[in-house]
Design a protein around this ligand. Structure first.
Ligand code: NAI
Ligand code: MG
Length: 398
């Protein structure tokens, strides 16, 4: 182990997670990036064998090295998960919970960055009819900043809320008016809690990024006219921050519903977009769909002094067991590029992105998703490249 080199915790996980991660590491290596890698145990195997998909030793590794490159995991509903436990562990009351959500919470990875950029020549690019009736292919360069730990995914929720909660709710005139006649056991309540601290962190991250990379605008994509307290607070804070610290960047304000409509009308207009947890999840999947979908959607999760990079897709179990893997490794390789940016290795990241761009533009090597084929083990007969072949092509262009 080279002491001067950065140590990166690799977390292959389940299904195609380990397949695409291996390819990303190959690209990093061939691009001349060297680091020490230590592998962390995470995912379904560890749930079944140990009753914990996120063993303590994995948390310790990340605590020590503070940077992780993650493939994907498999999650299953509670009952199914319990049934698959090692017989010796059953009936012990173990409850499955997603290890990636666990990591985000444990390390307070509150800033999620999801870039969505068009690669020229990608057959999956969004196209639309222009004013003159001709087909247009807008070039999208949008980076979504999603608050990753609070809001609707904060987990503070009840069905048939207990006394204290019910009384608190009943102290709000709107509750009395709209829900006062509903029997308590028929109520389900999920809260949407925003804190000033986390809101400021996600806003600053978005503005700093816009400033660093020369984006003209930051758009707050929420619903402040209706969700007045949380969305309203985020937008008001954004206005203050923009005025005091980022006068060179325009602040725009869109509503999530309208934003999804404008997605197909003028996606190229937007630059950096910032939103709470749920709306950030929605708007990032929306934009990812315009640039090729899950095979292209990468992400970073950042906390204070800690970072975890991962493709947006899951473990795609139906494609995991193929003798020759067919899935698209670009989302994972792009996630590794985000890691390089984070480590200050932006030149290397840039070279890898150029190599990906060249392969896509040439159009000779395309995975099944890029050919719009249904996934199956014989897509190679129809001309689709394997996971390895497209990675090789990327490496050749470095
Ligand atoms: P998924 O993202 O694994 O796959 C959905 C579909 O997208 C696949 O069937 C495939 O057609 C396509 N796809 C995904 N990745 C691709 C790639 N790299 N190249 C080409 N096509 C690709 O989502 P799904 O099927 O809903 O979930 C499967 C498992 O993954 C579940 O257990 C779920 O809980 C888990 N999951 C894990 C995530 C994570 O680790 N961050 C995120 C989403 C789901
Ligand atoms: Mg999502």
């Amino acid at each position: 182990m080279n002491k001067r080199e950065k140590t990166i915790v690799t977390l292959p996980g389940d299904g195609i997670g380990s397949i695409v991660l291996e390819e990303a590491l190959r690209v990093l290596d061939r691009a001349g990036f060297s680091a020490n890698y230590v592998e962390g145990d995470i995912g379904w195997e560890y749930w079944r064998r140990e009753g914990n998909p996120l063993p303590e030793r994995t948390i310790s590794l990340l605590e020590k090295h503070r940077i992780g490159l993650f493939g994907a995991i498999t999650s299953k509903p509670k009952e199914e998960a319990a049934a698959e436990l090692d017989p010796a562990l059953q009936e012990k009351g173990l409850v499955y919970s997603s290890p990636i959500v666990g990591l985000r919470q444990h390390f307070n990875l509150d800033i999620c960055i999801r870039p969505c950029r068009t690669y020229k020549g990608n057959p999956l690019n969004f196209i639309r009819r222009g004013r003159d009736g001709k087909i247009e292919e807008p070039e999208i360069d949008v980076v979504i900043f999603r608050q990753n730990t609070e809001g609707l995914y904060g987990g503070v929720e009840w069905s048939n809320p207990p006394d204290l909660v019910y009384r608190a709710l009943a102290s709000h005139p709107k509750f009395v008016k709209n829900f006062g006649n509903t029997p308590r056991e028929e109520l389900s309540v999920s809260t949407r809690i925003f804190t000033r601290k986390a809101t400021e962190r996600i806003l600053r991250a978005a503005f700093d990024y816009a400033k660093k990379y020369g984006y003209r605008s930051v758009t707050v994509c929420e619903k402040p006219n209706v969700i007045r307290e949380t969305s309203g607070m985020m937008y008001a804070m954004a206005r203050q921050l923009q005025a005091s610290d980022y006068p060179g960047i325009e602040l725009w304000n869109t509503n999530i519903d309208a934003q999804m409509m404008w997605l197909t009308k003028n996606p190229e207009t937007y630059g950096v977009i910032v939103a709470g947890n749920m709306f950030g999840d929605i708007v990032s999947d929306g934009f990812a769909g315009l640039i090729g979908g899950l095979g292209f959607a990468c992400s970073a999760n950042l906390g204070e002094g800690i970072a975890l990079f991962e493709p947006t897709h899951g473990s795609a179990p139906k494609y995991a067991g193929y003798p020759v893997s067919i899935v698209n490794p670009v989302a994972m390789i792009e996630s590794a590029c985000m890691m390089l940016d984070h480590l200050g290795e932006e030149q290397t990241a840039g070279r890898i992105r150029q190599a990906i761009a060249a392969v896509i533009q040439e159009g000779k090597v395309r995975t099944y998703d890029m050919m719009k084929l249904p996934g199956s083990s014989d897509v190679s007969k129809k001309g689709a490249a394997s996971t390895r072949q497209i990675t090789d092509a990327i490496i050749q262009h470095l």
